[in-house]
Design a protein around this ligand. Structure first.
Ligand SMILES: C[C@@]1(CC(=O)O)c2cc3[nH]c(cc4nc(cc5[nH]c(cc(n2)[C@H]1CCC(=O)O)[C@@](C)(CC(=O)O)[C@@H]5CCC(=O)O)C(CC(=O)O)=C4CCC(=O)O)c(CCC(=O)O)c3CC(=O)O
Ligand SMILES: NC(=O)C1=CN([C@@H]2O[C@H](COP(=O)(O)OP(=O)(O)OC[C@H]3O[C@@H](n4cnc5c(N)ncnc54)[C@H](O)[C@@H]3O)[C@@H](O)[C@H]2O)C=CC1
Length: 243
């Protein structure tokens, strides 16, 4: 199994070619459109969803079979046909042209694989088992996001802190202040989250700024955060007491 390199790809306005326009092809097309990709579908037949996206000019549909050369302008490509011979030909062209390719459910032909994804606001949590168990990748999503048999995990609530943290980060940066990286971690607390979830944004903002400013002009050595070290020592002593 390859050691897959995890990455997020910016597909905005880039040509993404999807070969095969059945239900699985449609799922891939919709996810690409959600990321503002410029999508081309090549498929002799398509399902209703793909057909209506083509009618609305949201995608370009070439109503024919794949042919060599179709990946010429592709930034990335996804093969979702039901024909293995075609998938292999697409993989050969992708290799030749250095185009990143996902062949749905055919791991050895993929140069990138699809993770299972939980999204809340600006936070995306992507889970992959590297192909070992796609069912487990889905389990991670359902444990985070919820499903008919799983309630959603409170970890995803932390995503609600993004607007506040982005806002305060830009203020701190505009003042030319640099904080020890661990100091940020010491300041992103359950209490801060509760305040935000409670709708008290202003209070959360001033608490966060106050806490962050404790990391400026403090007596910590460069790159070290005393607040973090204290919290770490407390966590270790609690763990020690309970074992
Ligand atoms: C390598 C990879 C390549 C790729 O397709 O990108 C791949 C390969 C294969 N999948 C197979 C089967 C299943 N795939 C799923 C589900 C998902 N599969 C996805 C990704 C991936 N699947 C990539 C690796 C992901 C990773 O592990 O990191 C997800 C995460 C994302 C997505 O597809 O968008 C999506 C869940 C999305 C969600 O719900 O959140 C389920 C479960 C279900 O549908 O409930 C089953 C049945 C149970 C099982 O087998 O686990 C088979 C056997 C096919 C056969 O038997 O013929 C192969 C081929 C093989 O193993 O040889
Ligand atoms: N349907 C499902 O739940 C799942 C399907 N898969 C796999 O994903 C693939 C696609 O699945 P579906 O969308 O359900 O299949 P589908 O049969 O509905 O769609 C396949 C599409 O490929 C097109 N196609 C066939 N030959 C082609 C060629 N030479 N060039 C271009 N397009 C061509 C067909 O016209 C059709 O639109 C299959 O290999 C399937 O095994 C994987 C996971 C789940």
């Amino acid at each position: 199994m390859p050691a897959y390199y995890p990455a997020f790809i910016d597909v905005k306005n880039r040509c993404c070619v999807v070969i095969g326009g059945g239900n699985i092809g449609e799922e891939k097309v919709v996810k690409l459109l959600d990321c503002d990709a410029s999508v081309v579908v090549i498929s002799p037949e398509v399902n209703e969803g793909v057909s209506s996206l083509a009618n609305d000019d949201r995608i370009v549909w070439h109503k024919r079979e794949y042919q060599a050369g179709d990946l010429e302008d592709a930034f990335i490509a996804i093969a979702a046909t039901d024909d293995n011979k075609v998938n292999r030909a697409i993989a050969a062209e992708a290799k030749e042209r250095n185009v990143l390719l996902n062949v749905v459910d055919v791991t050895h032909l993929c140069t990138f694989i699809a993770p299972s994804v939980a999204i809340r606001g600006d936070v995306t949590v992507a889970a992959s088992t590297g192909g070992a168990s796609p069912a487990l990748a889905r389990k991670f999503r359902e444990l985070l996001d919820g499903s008919p048999i799983e309630s959603s995990h409170p970890l995803m609530d932390y995503a609600e802190l993004t607007p506040l943290l982005a806002d305060v980060r830009s203020e701190i940066r505009s003042k030319g202040i640099t904080l020890a990286t661990d100091h940020w971690q010491a300041c992103i607390t359950d209490n801060l989250l509760e305040t935000v979830l409670d709708g008290r944004y202003g209070e959360a903002r001033s608490t966060l700024l106050d806490d962050l400013m404790k990391g400026v002009g403090c007596e910590c050595e460069s790159g070290v955060c005393k607040m973090w070290e204290e919290k770490k020592a407390l966590a270790y002593s609690k763990a020690g007491a309970s074992s």
